[in-house]
Design a protein around this ligand. Structure first.
Ligand SMILES: Cc1cc2nc3c(=O)[nH]c(=O)nc-3n(C[C@H](O)[C@H](O)[C@H](O)COP(=O)(O)OP(=O)(O)OC[C@H]3O[C@@H](n4cnc5c(N)ncnc54)[C@H](O)[C@@H]3O)c2cc1C
Length: 304
């Protein structure tokens, strides 16, 4: 099913992000993750797209397995990095042939070691151009795009970031997924600023449960997501006990998810890192308590 259509329905959208496995053992582990989450009926799985050749085929293979063999709705991430427009069309043709109805249109990061993003000759310069290509030539595919509650590191200001986000939406993106964040007010402030900037499409919050504090510090540093002081202090007080960090991570993300849904978010996109434990715990808790049924009136209307 197209995700934009699913988002029009009364139920929230819960999705799980996976990355393409690098070998057979990792593939089996990923399939186990999908199986363990299946019982909680996520609405779709998305599969990331890498900057080097092998992981690109991995995206197509993984997304096809999820859709064709396992019967779940799926979304392929696709970026402009290192690919000509012809090359992007060839990938989109293959996705279309595999019955994939959803693509997350990204500019992407330059490969490690390269400074700024440079389009290849005959390539596209950003996510808006990719959204335009898909919306004009593959109208059967629903297009998602990224957005950044704490402002993209390359944007000079929130206003500039929102101006480009508006171009992405006008080019065909019909839903947005946020970068990870740990403070829900950042998400709600961002949604409210996006609405004022004329961006009307659903904005799905991206949630990453902490499984190891040192790993999340590195990742948050890379994508410029801030970690609130009380969360940092609680994590540091665990003295490096990774099992306790993972438990605290699930508890924190569970509260974050409940609050997001109660305040009207249209769903949650879980950054699972191909592991099921945290997503399964949080999604089970959401399915049991259904906080969206106790959403706060006006705010909920504004957010979804
Ligand atoms: C939900 C999600 C999934 C992701 N999945 C992947 C993945 O699978 N593979 C991967 O490699 N990376 C992924 N990323 C990371 C992404 O590659 C980075 O954010 C990257 O730095 C930029 O790609 P983008 O599509 O987000 O950029 P864009 O949104 O296209 O651009 C980034 C920012 O640059 C500025 N900008 C760019 N072009 C212009 C312009 N013409 N005019 C004015 N401002 C401009 C804007 O502020 C904009 O917000 C993901 C990010 C998110 C949030």
């Amino acid at each position: 099913m197209r995700i934009d259509r699913q988002l029009e329905g009364p139920e929230p959208s819960f999705s799980v992000e996976l990355f393409p496995p690098k070998d057979e053992q990792a593939r089996q582990a990923m399939l186990e993750t999908v199986e363990e989450l299946a019982v909680l009926q996520p609405d779709f799985f998305s599969v990331t797209y890498g900057a080097v050749g092998a992981t690109r085929d991995g995206t197509l293979e993984t997304v096809t397995t999820i859709k064709r063999d396992l019967g779940f709705d799926a979304m392929a991430h696709l970026s402009c990095v290192g690919e000509s427009t012809e090359g992007l069309r060839a990938i989109l043709d293959r996705l279309d042939e595999a019955g994939i109805e959803n693509v997350l249109a990204l500019r992407g990061d330059p490969p490690r070691g390269e400074g700024e993003f440079e389009p290849v000759e005959g390539g596209l310069s950003g996510s808006a151009e990719l959204a335009e290509l898909i919306s004009t030539q593959y109208p059967q595919i629903a297009i998602g795009a990224s957005c950044f509650p704490e402002v993209h590191p390359e944007a000079a200001s929130l206003d500039e970031d929102l101006a480009y986000l508006r171009v992405k939406v006008d080019s065909g993106a019909s839903f947005l997924i946020t970068q990870l964040f740990f403070d829900n007010d950042l998400y709600f402030d961002f949604v409210s600023a996006a609405r004022k900037a004329g961006i009307e499409v659903p904005i799905i919050p991206g949630l990453m449960p902490i499984s190891s504090y040192s790993a999340i510090e590195r990742m948050a540093g890379l994508c410029k997501a801030s970690i609130p002081d009380p969360l940092r202090e609680s994590m540091l007080a665990l003295g490096g006990d990774t099992e306790a960090e993972a438990e605290l991570g699930v508890a924190y993300a569970s509260q974050q998810a409940t609050d997001l849904m109660r305040r009207g978010a249209p769903g949650i996109h879980f950054y699972s890192l191909n592991r099921s434990y945290a997503t399964r715990s949080i999604l089970a808790s959401l399915r049991a308590s259904r906080p969206w049924e106790h959403a706060e009136g006006d705010l909920a209307a504004e957010v979804s």
